[in-house]
Design a protein around this ligand. Structure first.
Ligand SMILES: NC(=O)c1ccc[n+]([C@@H]2O[C@H](COP(=O)([O-])OP(=O)(O)OC[C@H]3O[C@@H](n4cnc5c(N)ncnc54)[C@H](OP(=O)(O)O)[C@@H]3O)[C@@H](O)[C@H]2O)c1
Length: 330
C-alpha cells in the first residue's frame, strides 16, 4: 500500500525558490532496496549544484544525498539491514530531503547506537569524503605524519571533519577560510595553520609556513577562485586534488603548465566512485564511525532548519554564512 512522503522537489533549475514541498506516493522496496523514514537529512553543497544546474539531472528532481532514519522495510536480497534498524547514508540518487523514501540499500549503513540521527545525517557524505581524501587521495610519494597539506574551506562541513581527521593522522593541515572567525574555528578543530584567503595571499602564506617548500597535496573544493594559486602551493611531484566548485567550475587548462610548475599531478575525485560497492561503503563507514566513536572527530552541527525552510538553508550555504554541518528536520 502506498504511503505519502513530504518531499522537496524542483521542476527546473534555478534559485532556492524553485524548491517546493510536494506529497509523493511511496510504495514497497523492490529487490536491493529499502524504505527508510528520515529523522534528519543532511545539507551539502552538491545539492546546490544539482538545484542550480551546475550538475544537470533529469526533471522533476527530488534533492538531497544524505540522511538518517529508521528502516521500515527491506526488499529481496538486502541482507545487511532489517526493518527497525537505525541507519544513515550518503547515496545516489538524490531524494533525502523527504520524510520517507524507497532507495537502493547499497550505500545505507547501520548507524551505531552511540550516534544520533542528526549526527548521522550530518556526517555520512561529508565524513566519507574526508575519509577518501585523506586516506586514499594521496601524492605519489605518500603522506607521513608531519607532512603539510593545504585544505580549502576548512571551516565548512567537509572542512571541519578533515581538520580533525588530519590532526588524528599527524598531518599538518593548513586550512583556508573566508573570515577570521572561520579561521579560528578551523584552528580549534585541528588545523595546524590557518589562512584567511579573503584578505591574505594564501600561496605566499603557504610558502612562508612550509619554509619555501610547498605542500604535498592541495585539497581544493573551492574551484575557480583558488585553482591557479593552489598549483603554486605544491612542491615538486605534488598532487592537486580537486573535489568541488563552490566558487565556480575550474576552466580548461593546458597540461604543459603542470610540468613547468614541478611535474605536478592533478586529479578530480568524487565520493561516488569510492562508494561504488556495498563492501567499500561499509569499510569506509566503519573507519568513519570509529574516529567519531573515539572522539578524534566530533561532528559539529552549527545550523538546523525545518525541511520546509530548505530555501533558507540553501541561501545560507551559498552566502558562506554556515560553518560545519547543517541538518534539515523532516
Ligand atoms: N567530490 C566529492 O566527492 C565531494 C563530496 C563532498 C563535498 N564536496 C565539495 O566539497 C565542498 C564542501 O562541501 P560542504 O557541503 O561541506 O560545503 P561547505 O564547505 O560547508 O560550504 C562551502 C564553503 O566553500 C567556501 N566558498 C568559497 N568560495 C565560495 C563561493 N563563491 N560561494 C560559496 N562558498 C564558497 C565557503 O567557505 P569560506 O567562506 O570559508 O570560503 C563555504 O562555506 C563543496 O565544494 C562540495 O561540492 C565534494
Amino acid at each position: 500500500m502506498n504511503q505519502t512522503s513530504r518531499t522537496v522537489r524542483i521542476e527546473r533549475n534555478g534559485g532556492p525558490e524553485e524548491m517546493k514541498l510536494v506529497d509523493l506516493p511511496v510504495g514497497d522496496p523492490g529487490p536491493g532496496e529499502i524504505r527508510i523514514r528520515h529523522h534528519a537529512c543532511g545539507l551539502n553543497f552538491i545539492d546546490v549544484y544539482q538545484r542550480s544546474g551546475v550538475y544537470t539531472l533529469p526533471m522533476p528532481l527530488t534533492l538531497g544525498m544524505e540522511g538518517a532514519g529508521l528502516v521500515e522495510a527491506v526488499g529481496e536480497g538486502v541482507a545487511h539491514l532489517k526493518a527497525g534498524d537505525r541507519a544513515a547514508y550518503a547515496s545516489n540518487p538524490p531524494g533525502s530531503y523527504s520524510t520517507l523514501r524507497v532507495m537502493p540499500a547499497r550505500n545505507v549503513c547501520k548507524l551505531p547506537d552511540a550516534i544520533d540521527f542528526d549526527t548521522g545525517a550530518a556526517m555520512m557524505l561529508k565524513g566519507l569524503t574526508a575519509q577518501y581524501l585523506l586516506k586514499r587521495t594521496r601524492p605519489q610519494e605518500g603522506l607521513e605524519p608531519g607532512d603539510f597539506v593545504l585544505f580549502h574551506a576548512a571551516a565548512g562541513g567537509v572542512g571541519l571533519i578533515a581538520c580533525q581527521w588530519a590532526r588524528a593522522l599527524g598531518l599538518q593541515l593548513i586550512g583556508t577560510a573566508g573570515s577570521d572567525a572561520k579561521c579560528a574555528l578551523a584552528k580549534e578543530n585541528g588545523a595546524a595553520f590557518v589562512v584567511n584567503y579573503a584578505r591574505e595571499d594564501f600561496a605566499a602564506r603557504v610558502k612562508e609556513i612550509t619554509g619555501g617548500k610547498g605542500v604535498k597535496v592541495v585539497y581544493d573544493s573551492v574551484g575557480k577562485d583558488t585553482w591557479d594559486k593552489s598549483l603554486d602551493c605544491l612542491r615538486p611531484f605534488g598532487l592537486m586534488a580537486s573535489f568541488g566548485n563552490a566558487s565556480g567550475v575550474v576552466p580548461p587548462f593546458a597540461p604543459g603548465m603542470l610540468g613547468a610548475k614541478g611535474s605536478l599531478y592533478v586529479t578530480r575525485q568524487t565520493l561516488f566512485t569510492h562508494i561504488a560497492t556495498r563492501e567499500a561503503t561499509q569499510a569506509m563507514a566503519d573507519e568513519l564511525f570509529a574516529v567519531v566513536a573515539s572522539g578524534q572527530v566530533k561532528i559539529r552541527i552549527d545550523q538546523r532548519y525545518a525541511l520546509a525552510d530548505v530555501a533558507d538553508a540553501h541561501r545560507d550555504l551559498e552566502a558562506r554564512k554556515t560553518t560545519g554541518s547543517s541538518v534539515l528536520r523532516p
